[in-house]
Ligand binder design. Structure first.
Ligand SMILES: [Zn+2]
Length: 386
């Protein structure tokens, strides 16, 4: 049996470039995973997701167990077959989503009982059942079941919560069925308490996983505290395993996290923004509903290879969003995911070339400069007619 492996290619400062080898293919890192909540990356065909350069996607245990149900996904050939994504899939454990149900859930030492947000029906997740469900989904990477406390929280509450998550991590590991090229990641918890993070890392390393995630961040603590927490956490993780920062983030968050030794990310931002007219570019974000784009024949970005940029103008996208056309979110999601993947590729190339810090500084400077002026980009072009 071949283990899931992460192999280092280069390191520049703390930033790492490598490759994650799985049963469903290799993923160069740093890597961004588009979020495919219910078995689809919203507004995208699987082949379009591939065309953006994505090598791995994320699925949500909570959503899929409720609809269509884990057993039905298994009968339909597993998540890869069902969504036409033969590449690697990471599934979350359901912990984060169940915890965010608030009054709809009840937590005990053994697990969580909750009511479905769809029909109110009662369900239960434990470390064992979450792991079983992720097996039924055929997740390439299974996540340990954890409790993700909302911040701010008292140190006492964070300590109890982290310790329970570590007991759950051991039970998740026990329930995990090793298969060639498949793996399971443990999740570091402990909020923004450095001591708790250190203890959590140690507890997970004693159990031993194919990769390590950092959870419980990007929940309202702010970027400075998130980076401080990464500073105490990431250097203590094994150097020969993947490190995944869950639920992050903005381009600037990811740049700072890669600088601190993180390899993998997931976030709804590029897809959600794609449905609300917000475009990510090398020069910051644009709101395509804004009237100033109404007659702008330029593409969103002069360098982007996506269909929104090579076939269409900002003016057309503006019109589609104003008219509420379904093509608008489709095109802009494609663009935003392409931007996120290019950002990963650029960071990877910079790490390989030993120029990460200079590249990161230039990216930040460019984001701060704002949209290209017509002077910088003097010749708006009419997109070619097919
Ligand atoms: Zn584009």
């Amino acid at each position: 049996m071949t283990d899931m492996k992460w192999i280092a290619h280069a390191q520049d400062g703390q930033a790492r470039a490598g490759i994650l080898q799985t049963a469903h293919g290799d993923v160069p890192t740093p890597s961004f995973m588009p979020v495919g909540t219910v078995g689809t990356v919203k507004a995208m065909m699987a082949e379009s997701v591939r065309a953006t350069g994505a090598g791995i996607v994320l699925g949500n245990t909570y959503h899929l167990m409720l609809r269509p149900g884990a057993e039905r996904v298994r009968k339909l050939g597993g998540l890869h077959r069902m969504m036409d994504w033969p590449g690697p899939i990471l599934t979350d454990s359901g912990g984060f989503q169940v915890m965010s149900l608030g009054a709809l859930r009840k937590l005990d030492e053994d697990g969580v009982t909750f009511n479905s947000h769809i029909d109110g029906s009662k369900h239960r997740l434990t470390p064992e059942s979450s792991t079983d469900i992720q097996h039924a989904l055929d997740a390439t990477i299974t996540m340990a079941f954890d409790e993700c406390p909302a911040l701010p929280a008292t140190p006492e509450h964070l300590a109890q919560s982290m310790e329970r998550s570590m007991r759950w991590a051991a039970r998740s590991r026990e329930a995990f069925v090793p298969r060639s090229g498949y793996g399971q990641f443990g999740i570091v918890q402990g909020g923004t308490e450095p001591e708790l993070r250190v203890q959590s890392v140690k507890a997970l390393m004693d159990i031993g996983f194919e990769g390590y995630a950092i959870g419980g961040l990007a929940v309202g603590e702010g970027q400075a505290l998130m980076f401080q927490t990464l500073d105490v956490t990431a250097p203590r993780l094994p150097t020969d395993k993947s490190r995944y920062l869950m639920g992050v983030g903005t381009p600037d968050d990811m740049l700072g996290a890669v600088a601190r030794g993180i390899d993998m990310f997931d976030c709804v931002m590029p897809t959600r923004a794609g449905r609300t007219a917000r475009a990510y570019t090398e020069r910051g974000t644009l709101n395509l509903r804004n009237a100033r784009h109404a007659e702008d024949l330029r593409p969103i970005s002069p360098t982007c290879p996506c269909p929104a940029c090579t076939k269409h103008s900002r003016a057309y996208l503006h019109h589609l969003f104003r008219a509420g056309e379904i093509l608008a979110p489709m095109l802009l999601t494609w663009h935003n995911l392409t931007y996120y993947q290019r950002l990963m590729q650029e960071m990877r190339a910079a790490i390989m070339g030993g120029t990460f810090e200079a590249t990161a500084q230039k990216m930040r400077d460019d984001w701060g400069r704002g949209d290209w002026s017509l002077d910088e980009w003097p010749q708006p072009r009419l997109p070619p007619v097919p």
